[in-house]
Design a protein around this ligand. Structure first.
Ligand SMILES: C[S@@+](CC[C@H](N)C(=O)[O-])C[C@H]1O[C@@H](n2cnc3c(N)ncnc32)[C@H](O)[C@@H]1O
Length: 294
């Protein structure tokens, strides 16, 4: 875990990994996208199998850690921009292991009473999130699968926190590439966006096959085929479809590094793996968006 304290001891059983305690019900020998991502971010909530798989990915994407960090910066910028537009309620789907600053820290820095619902299907993430993120009445974390969007929408936590008659900030940051086409990722996103009031925003990032070397795509697919979720590369046009019914705000659906003011740091060599990110706004017909990038 990056920059966070530990959840209570009684949530864990013996330290079989000799590195980390293992939550009950978690198989540490199967790499998890959440713990691999934690490793890319230089966190410590990961096991040997996660680190080994992540190192295989990093062997073909040497800038992988910086891409992961740029993805966090995109999330940060999206939350701050949305809060600046008056958004006071957020749903963060595929939250990840707590990494500071988290969505509620950013949102509540602008509007202290902002509500945040964290959703992740990983047991380790859920244990940490409940302990570390659900810090007040306005912030809740649930263990749930985005492939079952109705169960999330009907959860008591969402119903307590989120009022869909008011604008919402919806985050699908680096999560939809773990959903196969057969699991209807477009339908999942639409289930949420169709309920959003005008003035709501969707922030989304996703790995893309376009501009990523086919041999890198193939290695990353092989690595994640051994993990608890596959890596599903999509074209820019396919990722664009997630914003259907929304208006993309500037600078559009672009390399994740372009959302990060110090993007020049990344431009000396093109990254081996491309990651696209965008923000869409749900606007009343006939209105222009005013969420501008710098
Ligand atoms: C790469 S991490 C991204 C974390 C965070 N959104 C960020 O961008 O910094 C992907 C997260 O999505 C979660 N995830 C993957 N598939 C999921 C699913 N079907 N339902 C809910 N969460 C999922 C993983 O457990 C992991 O925590």
């Amino acid at each position: 875990m990056a920059n966070a304290t530990e959840p209570p001891d009684h949530w864990w059983h013996a330290d079989d990994d000799q590195d980390r305690p293992i939550p009950i019900g978690v198989d540490p020998t199967i790499p998890s996208p959440a713990r691999m991502y934690d490793y890319y971010l230089r966190g410590t909530t990961n096991y040997a199998a996660d680190r080994e798989a992540a190192e295989k990915a990093l062997s073909v994407v040497p800038s992988g850690r910086r891409i992961a960090r740029a993805n966090r910066y995109f999330m940060m910028r999206a939350v701050l921009a949305m809060a600046d537009q008056g958004i006071r309620q957020f749903i963060d789907l595929g939250t990840g292991i707590p990494t500071s600053p988290s969505v509620h820290e950013l949102a509540q820095a602008i509007h202290p009473n902002s509500s945040v619902l964290y959703v992740d299907n990983d047991a380790v993430v859920a244990a940490h999130n409940r302990a570390l993120l659900a810090t007040n009445e306005s912030v809740k974390a649930i263990q749930a699968d985005i492939r079952e969007p109705d169960s999330i929408l009907h959860s008591p936590e969402l119903q307590d926190l989120i009022d869909f008659s008011q604008p919402v900030g919806l985050l699908f940051v680096a999560v939809l590439h773990f959903i196969r086409n057969s699991e209807d990722p477009l339908g999942i996103v639409r289930t949420f966006t169709s309920r959003m009031a005008p003035g709501s925003y969707l922030a989304l990032s996703h790995i893309t096959s376009e501009g990523t070397d086919p041999s890198v795509v193939s290695t990353i697919q092989q690595v994640y085929a051994q993990a608890s979720a596959p890596a599903v590369f999509r074209t820019k046009a396919e990722i664009h479809m997630f914003f259907s019914g929304l208006e993309l705000v500037q600078p559009g659906l672009v390399d994740v590094t372009r959302w990060f003011p110090q993007a020049a740091m990344f431009t000396t060599q093109p990254p081996a793996l491309r990651f696209l990110a965008g923000i869409g706004s749900k606007i009343p017909l006939g209105h222009e968006t005013d969420l501008e990038s710098e």
